[in-house]
Structures are given as C-alpha cells and as structure tokens.
Design a protein around this ligand. Sequence first.
Ligand SMILES: Cc1cc2nc3c(=O)[nH]c(=O)nc-3n(C[C@H](O)[C@H](O)[C@H](O)COP(=O)(O)OP(=O)(O)OC[C@H]3O[C@@H](n4cnc5c(N)ncnc54)[C@H](O)[C@@H]3O)c2cc1C
Length: 478
Amino acid sequence: MALRTAAEFLAGLRDGREVYYRGERVPNVVDHAELGVAARHAAIDFELAENPKYRDLAVHRDGSDTYSAYFRLPRNTQDLLARSKLIEAGTAEGATLVLLIKEIGTDALFALKRVLTRAGDALGTQRLEAFYRRCRDNDLAMAVAQTDAKGDRSKRPSEQSDPDLYVRVTEKRADGIVVRGAKIHTSCTPYVDEVIVLPSRSMAPGDEPWSLAFAVPVATPGLRLYASDYLHGIDDPFTRPVSTNHKMVETLTVFDNVFVPWERVFFIDRPDLAGATALTFVEFHRFTAVSYKLPLLDALVGAGIAVAKANGIERAGHVRDKLTWLGGYAETVRGLTELAALRCKVEDGVARPDVFTTNLAKWTFARDFHRAMETVQDLAGGLLVTGPGGKDWNSSAVRPVLEKYLPGAWPAERRMAIINLISDLTTRLYGGYQAVLAVHAEGSIEAEKMAMYRAYDASRAVSLAMRLAGLEAAAANK
Ligand SMILES: Cc1cc2nc3c(=O)[nH]c(=O)nc-3n(C[C@H](O)[C@H](O)[C@H](O)COP(=O)(O)OP(=O)(O)OC[C@H]3O[C@@H](n4cnc5c(N)ncnc54)[C@H](O)[C@@H]3O)c2cc1C
C-alpha cells in the first residue's frame, strides 16, 4: 500500500476508540461537531500528497517504494531543508495551524532509531524498524505522548505520591507488558492511528518501571482520551476566519492497564536510555516546531502591513519602526531554522539539526512572540475586541451603518477582514491557544535555554578573550 487519501484516513478513525469530550463519550470523532473539524484539518496532510503543487515535496520515491516524505530519514542538509519546507507548506495550507499527524511521529521514530542504534540494542532496533515500516507503508497518522502528568515537579517518578503520574509498567507477561498512568497535552490523539509513548525526562536507578518506550493503536482497550475543549467556540467565519475551520485538540491520555505486545515495546527498564530519548526527540521536534511557526509569523507580518495600510498609518515613523522589527523577527526565526539544517550533524547515517541553533531559533521565536502579537494589536486598534460579529455584518439593517462608520483608508469590508484576521490570530481563543503554544509546546522556554547552554561550544570565544588578555599560557593550562 502506498499513500492514503483524506477520505481513507477519516474512514480509519471510525474504530470504536474511547474519546471523551465535555464529559461525554464521543461515538465517532469524524462526525463530532468540534473533533470532526480537527480531524478534517489533519486530513489536509493527505490532500497535500494529492495536490500537484505539493506532490514533489510531500511524496518520496525511493526505487519501487513511494511513501509520505515525512517518513524520509534525513541524511543531509538538503533532506532537513526539504522536511522543513514540507512542514511549513502543510501549516500554511492549514491556515497557520500545524497538521502534526506525521511530523511529531517521525521525529519520535528518528530519535528512537538513533538512541537504540547507539545503545547497540539489536532487538529494540528490529522492533522499531518493523513499526516504522508499518507506519510508513500504511501511511499512518501518529501522535506522540511524551509529557507525563508529572505531579510534583521537584520529585522523580519513583518519589511521587501516586506512581501513575508517570506512565509505567505494572506487569510483564510472556506475550507483552501491561502499562498504567497518564500523559498530558497529547496533540491530535483523537484523530490519529497510533500513539507513540516516550519518556519525558531523564531517569535514575529506581525509576526502571517508568523507563520505557512503546506504541499502541488508538483503539486499544484501556486507552482513554479526555479531549480538551479549549478551541470550542462560536464558529463565525467573519470574525474567526482561521479557527472556524482549523482546530487542533490535545488530550489527557490515560493508560488504564493497557496491554502492549512485545513487538511494540522499543525499550523497557532502561533508565540509561530515558534521558537520551527525551533529549534526542526534542532535537528533531524543535526543528519541526520552528518550521511550523513560520506561516504564523508570515501571517502576523502580512497582517501588520495590511492593517497599517487599512488604517492609513503606514507612512508614520513609529509604524515603520514596528513593521521593521516585526519583519526582522520573522526572518530571524526563518534564517536560524535554515542555519540549523546547514549546521546539521550526520551520525550513523542520520542528519540531526544543530542543537544549539535549533534551540536558539525556538527560543528567539518564543521569547518575542508575545511582543509580535502586541505589535500587530497596536497597529490594528481596539476594534479587535469591540467590532461587529458575522450576524451584524450579514444584517441588511446593520451593515449600512457599519459600512458608513468603519472604513479607514480602506473600505469597511476590507478593513474588517484584516482586523478580524488579527483578532482571530491574537486575541480570541485561537490567539490565546497560539500564545500558550509558543511558551510551552515542544518544551518550555527554560528547557530551550538549558539545551542552548549544554550545546554551546564556548572554546573559540574563550580562547580569543584569553589571548586578548594576554592569558594564552593560562588558557593552555586550564
Ligand atoms: C498546545 C500544546 C501542545 C502540546 N503537544 C504535546 C504533544 O503532542 N505531546 C507531548 O508529549 N507534549 C505536548 N505538549 C507538552 C509540552 O511539551 C509541555 O507543555 C511542556 O513541556 C511544559 O510542560 P508542562 O505544560 O507540564 O509545564 P511545567 O513543566 O509544569 O512547566 C511550568 C513551569 O515550571 C517550570 N518547571 C517545570 N519543572 C521544573 C523543575 N523540575 N525545576 C524547575 N522548574 C521547573 C517550567 O520551566 C515552567 O516555567 C504540548 C503543550 C501544549 C501547550
């Protein structure tokens, strides 16, 4: 089997999976008013592969094999740049919201491959390879459940008051293992085929039951998904041109004595592999992250320029200053993303984006994202939160009043379209979602700084400073 169509993907989700939304069991996610929107957003991934405009980017041909390009193992800078472009294109087609049903899963598969290879774990590598081929050859969608519920952040898994706050093994059987516990914030779980489970932190002796990696189909008995309703809202394409048709859903992902056959267990009882897996995963995943941030940044820059024109302020000095900063910010993130690919490290035949540069890109994005939102809000004005709704706009009694009083340098219809885009991107539920996504998703801002600190090679800077200070001999002795 090669590539699936969007319709085949959606049909595969009708499998009796156990999903709860707003306190009730969801009979079928595809037909659900909110989850169905998210599933159709994710299905854009499959439409991309059929679209002649994107086919070369989205489909990989390797001899007689044809598969989704997300599964192509990056071997050099060009592969990483092509992967970044694909992620960016998918997110742009998703109207600034990442699709994330293959991006994150392949990040996890590449990370596991590297960790198991380096550990010389032949059995784990063999199981992983079989699972990778199953996902690739059946064009499957994957979620990654890494972040554990965690409980008291100052305590290790084995020190928590409830051992289920991190996912753990409770039983080993001849045919597989039984796992219990919960992950949180798991994106897209209600509408993917497989969940890949990774450790979220380094582990120490005593943490063996929590030191494991495995994968299960979503419709596995005992796997329960409690979906967030954060993006639930009044859908109105006039005031919410993006979020009416594009949603992503996270779950509290509970493993209630879930059986996992051995062939789906990649490692177990390995505290020594837990931290390496967590770190290697984010090395790939933060590169995915900065790639998918780019359309959102472009949208903010474009909307900022457009609303300045709509309001007739584009020639003002402070406006040019703000737009210059905004464009510079977006291009800095883009440039660092490309640099992370250019500086990649190739080991065991796999190209990893440069760790320092990737984290610098992600940190630069996250650190200034709220300022970027503020800048665009500043240029747009208060109509972002005081403007009319779609029903007003469509009312023959109200619309003439709006058309008379709401124009700027642009007529009211065009001006309100751009103001409503900014409102959706920065002030409404979707804006709030993106604001938190920027700070926390793919690791908190502190996690990025810690990764930069660990990866930074200071030797060039230190040796220059020591030479300028006449301390070469001291530097050589240290
Ligand atoms: C929209 C969204 C989508 C996501 N999707 C996924 C997904 O698909 N899969 C997945 O696995 N995860 C996902 N995540 C989880 C994401 O990686 C986490 O949100 C992130 O790692 C932060 O964890 P937390 O939310 O539990 O916050 P916390 O870890 O509780 O962080 C809160 C604060 O505490 C600090 N802190 C935490 N621990 C310590 C400590 N030990 N010492 C000192 N300070 C500490 C942090 O730096 C931060 O300032 C998603 C998150 C979001 C918001």
